[in-house]
Design a protein around this ligand. Structure first.
Ligand code: AQP
Length: 333
């Protein structure tokens, strides 16, 4: 039995939001209690879409602050930024040569992010999933907590690991990493359009709850969130064609830790304004303390830099040890 090891990353592309929190960060903290975990600020992924250098710098520190504010402990977990361990880029190149163009052509995130003019997207955005496979397999991680949007990339990482093991005749050299996707809210949707995921890069700030939002921001955004003109139904099936209503109910169920069925039992027949008041309360309780802590942590940037430096040292030791064996398998001197 291989030892369990968790790896996951978050892009420093702006304010972290409720989707990042429920899809990833909350799970990171739970896993930290059970196994060895490596959590990475994936700055090399961020630059697949142009980032202003000064913004990127700040966003890296803000992401670390968000990790710590949600409860990650640098004494228990390794916390660092991707570009400071050069093994990520080296292994990504090796995987560029293992992964197949046909595999990448199937990735839906590239299609979504590249938009209609794919010719103008960066090559980095196209091969992003190979770098993600390298991030995970550089440490031979076995488990990867992610939101549902990353499931396809995880499957690609497994295909790359399998092909590497076959090509270089070393079965079981790389583990086939398993995604850990939250069961209830695996994809938090935009507050303005329930068919789109909540995202940092969505233009309207009203589409998301940011971890740094104040009480009033949260109340306003939930008040303005799209819901439904009919009363809350008593069964989940009736919500199928109402993605915005379902999203609000799902978020409420997850944060208040009450099953969706029970929430519907309690609220059926009521207006959505009833749900919105309760949702605002639970969100304010859960999110605003995190936001306050992020702001406090950002006042001491040298502490955040120290956390990254220590994490980098620890990550580098594991990465170099594994890379030595990887280079040998490939035949590089
Ligand atoms: N809406 C979401 N619901 C559930 N999980 C989500 N995640 C992101 N959005 C949601 C999960 O958060 C982790 C970190 O994601 P990321 O920031 O590295 O990249 P992303 O998925 O591309 O997030 P965004 O907000 O959409 O960023 P931009 O706009 O910069 O592309 C991942 O585990 C992800 O699944």
């Amino acid at each position: 039995m291989k030892k369990k090891l968790v790896f996951s990353g978050v892009q420093p592309t702006g304010n972290l939001h409720l989707g990042n929190y429920l899809g990833a960060l909350k799970n990171f903290v739970i896993l930290q209690k059970e196994m060895k975990c490596i959590y990475c600020v994936v700055d090399l992924h961020a630059i697949t879409i142009f980032q202003k250098p000064e913004d990127l710098n700040n966003n890296v520190l803000e992401t670390v602050a968000s990790f710590l504010a949600t409860g990650l402990d640098p004494k228990k977990s390794i916390i660092f930024n991707q570009s400071s361990v050069s093994g990520h880029a080296e292994l990504a190149w090796i995987f560029n040569c293992v992964s197949r163009i046909g595999w990448l052509n199937r990735m839906t995130q590239f299609k979504d992010k590249a938009g209609s003019d794919k010719e103008k997207a960066s090559v980095g955005l196209y091969i992003y999933p190979n770098l993600m496979a390298a991030d995970i397999l550089l440490y031979k991680a076995t488990h990867v907590p992610v939101g549902a949007d990353q499931k396809q990339h995880l499957e690609l990482a497994r295909d790359i690991a399998q092909k590497f093991n076959n090509d270089f005749n070393c079965s079981n050299f790389f583990p086939l990493p398993e995604p850990l996707i939250p069961k209830n809210v695996s994809r938090v949707m935009s507050l303005r359009d329930g068919t789109k995921k909540m995202s940092k890069s969505e233009e309207s700030d009203y589409s998301r709850i940011n971890l740094k939002d104040k009480e009033d921001d949260i109340a306003n955004k939930i008040k303005k969130a799209k819901s439904d003109s009919e009363a809350i139904p008593d069964n989940i099936k009736a919500l199928e064609a109402k993605p915005e209503a379902l999203n609000l109910l799902n978020i409420y169920s997850e944060i208040s830790n009450v099953s969706l069925e029970k929430v519907l039992n309690e609220m059926s027949g009521k207006e959505y304004s009833f749900l919105k008041t309760k949702l605002t309360d639970v969100l304010v309780n859960e999110i605003t303390p995190v936001g306050k802590e992020i702001k406090k942590l950002l006042e001491d940037k040298s502490h955040l830099m120290k956390v990254l430096k220590k994490g980098t040292e620890k990550a580098n030791i594991i990465a170099e040890e594994n890379l030595k064996n990887i280079r040998e398998k490939v035949g590089l001197i």
